[in-house]
Design a protein around this ligand. Structure first.
Ligand SMILES: Cc1cc2nc3c(=O)[nH]c(=O)nc-3n(C[C@H](O)[C@H](O)[C@H](O)COP(=O)(O)OP(=O)(O)OC[C@H]3O[C@@H](n4cnc5c(N)ncnc54)[C@H](O)[C@@H]3O)c2cc1C
Length: 512
């Protein structure tokens, strides 16, 4: 894998007219860049902050059909919801295949406190299995109280009647964006982070270029393209209004918050779905990278809102945790807290939790193609539809059809489930380091270690699996430009343990 120099990418940005310019480097934009590049189209992508710095690194890390949506499909006999669940489950199978190092099956347990609840969960998850059809990861099973407690020893057991286990998948969202983009670069895409689109140029009433400012040095650039795709998630309406001030808003935003606790809340690496909340939703207790995520909330929000959980949201999450666990949540240290904005297609519904998470691709009056709504699980499908749309809008000439159903992402080559063991033997690594490297970089973990030498294999911080070589790798091959880019989105420590991330930031500053 070659080095990736931002300055060179910037030169290329200004040197040609691209078939497609993508604005926004989250899941949607990265998926579009890869789809377009792999169809032989010339494509550029600019991101205002860092890649994946928006909603796409603040998700619950689930690749799922959504049992909650299935419940809505069944209780309201809603065929559209049922189709969405099935579509997402088909995408789940594709993603497990194209990025097996980043996306892995996750056993999820649903507890029940009455026989009626247990029967309801059993039937519901049996239906979820049916919705998955041939893409089923493993059939759902009924669990006794003892089996529930074996996975979650601190569950409040006096009223527990048992539970049901089913499978979805969990992943590293920010690294998935990086992997999509690097795979796109290998196919000729030109990408740059910290480049904000502030306006458009037009020729004969059609958009022909974006005015872009480099937020690292203030320089201004123009990027020319036959068609521009707006993949700015929660900011999509802003871009649509830059195209034409009369464009009406299409999005409703909702904020979702997570708290990060230590591993003791999910010691067996199973997830727990808390099946009902005071506002009629579900909550997850999720094992993730040696920690436990608790989430998420769903409160109406606006683009100006602070992206930290409000005090009430934090209390809401802790209160629900307390209802199901026999441990005092007050005594537990919250290691990190963060929130993201869901870009939802606006409906007349006032309750954002009730809005169907579907997507929409529209072409604006001056040719801006906007991809609105959606969820992480369906990014590939959204990207396929957006590129199909762009091809028609700008009469582009791709060299072939969409291939992303089977296109393996960078890191898949050389990845095997036994790779961590080989790295432990070959490079004398501790188990946690080897597992982390394999899950973050897949087959490229071997290359990273070979490039680094012994010094680079040293652990950066006690109790965390990151090694020194990853810092240089992030800067030289993954376009990390700031400490935040490294700590929040290449290593993820900033989203897992805020204090440890501060210590690591100081260490990085000393070493550079
Ligand atoms: C709390 C929460 C939990 C979620 N959990 C899940 C889950 O478990 N599974 C699932 O499938 N989905 C989940 N989702 C939904 C999913 O995360 C989002 O649908 C998805 O990440 C949206 O990606 P995006 O690329 O459209 O938006 P974003 O990731 O926000 O990307 C848009 C990008 O555009 C950039 N941008 C904005 N304006 C400009 C500009 N002017 N110039 C250049 N760049 C610009 C932004 O900086 C940003 O990086 C969750 C969402 C939330 C909020």
């Amino acid at each position: 894998m070659k080095k990736l120099c931002r300055n060179q990418q910037l030169k290329q940005l200004g040197s040609q007219t691209f078939d497609i310019l993508v604005i926004g480097g989250g899941a949607t934009g990265a998926g579009i860049a890869l789809d377009a590049a792999s169809r032989g189209l010339s494509v550029a992508l600019v991101e205002r902050n860092d890649f994946a710095s928006g909603t796409s690194s603040h998700s619950s890390k689930l690749i799922h059909g959504g049992v909650r949506y299935l419940e809505a499909a069944v209780t309201r006999l809603d065929l559209a919801q049922w189709r969405l669940v099935r579509e997402a489950l088909r995408e789940r199978a594709i993603l497990l295949d194209i990025a097996p190092h980043l996306i892995r099956p996750l056993r999820t347990l649903v507890p029940a406190r009455s026989w009626y609840q247990l029967l309801r969960h059993r039937i519901g998850l049996w239906l979820y299995d049916r919705a998955a059809g041939r893409t089923l990861i493993a059939p759902s099973t009924l669990l006794s109280c003892q089996q529930m407690l074996a996975s979650f020893p601190h569950l409040e057991s006096t009223r527990l009647k048992g539970g049901v286990a089913y499978h979805d998948a969990s992943f590293d969202d920010a690294r998935m964006v990086i992997s999509l983009l690097l795979t796109a670069v290998q196919r000729g895409a030109v990408i740059a982070n910290h480049m904000e689109t502030e306006g458009f140029e037009e020729t004969n009433g059609r958009l022909s270029a974006a005015r872009v400012t480099n937020r690292l040095d203030g320089s201004r650039h123009q990027v020319r393209a036959r068609v521009i795709i707006n993949a700015t998630g929660p900011y999509s309406d802003h871009l649509r209004q830059l195209e034409h001030p009369a464009n009406k808003s299409r999005l409703t935003l909702s904020r979702g918050s997570h708290l990060v606790l230590d591993k003791s809340w999910s010691p067996a690496n199973d997830a727990l779905l808390i099946p009902s909340t005071s506002d009629g939703r579900v909550l997850f207790v999720l094992p993730w990278q040696g920690h436990t995520l608790i989430g998420t909330t769903d409160v109406p929000a606006s683009i100006q809102d602070d992206l930290l959980p409000a005090r009430e949201e934090e209390q809401y999450l802790l209160d629900h945790l307390q209802q199901w666990f026999a441990v005092d949540t007050c005594t537990h240290n919250i290691l990190a807290r963060w929130a993201g904005l869901r870009p939802l297609i606006a409906t007349s519904a006032t309750d954002t939790a009730g809005i169907v998470r579907e997507h929409l691709v529209e072409t604006g009056r001056k040719g801006l193609v906007s991809v609105l709504g959606g969820k992480w699980t369906t990014y590939r499908k959204m990207a396929e539809e957006a590129v199909d749309h762009a091809i028609v809008t700008a009469r582009l000439q791709p060299s072939g059809p969409c291939v992303t159903r089977t296109l393996k992402l960078l890191g898949t080559e050389g990845y095997t489930p036994g790779l961590a063991g080989q790295l432990m033997t070959g490079f004398g690594l501790a188990e946690d380091i080897a597992l982390h490297l394999v899950h973050a970089y897949g087959g490229l973990a071997q290359t990273l270690l070979e490039h680094a030498g012994q010094q680079g294999h040293r652990r950066l911080l006690a109790g965390h699996p990151y090694i020194r070589a990853e810092i240089a790798w992030a800067r030289e091959r993954e376009m990390a430009m700031t400490n935040e880019d490294i700590l929040l989105r290449r290593l993820r420590i900033g989203m897992l343990d805020e204090q440890a991330a501060c210590r690591l930031a100081a260490r990085i500053a000393l070493e550079t």
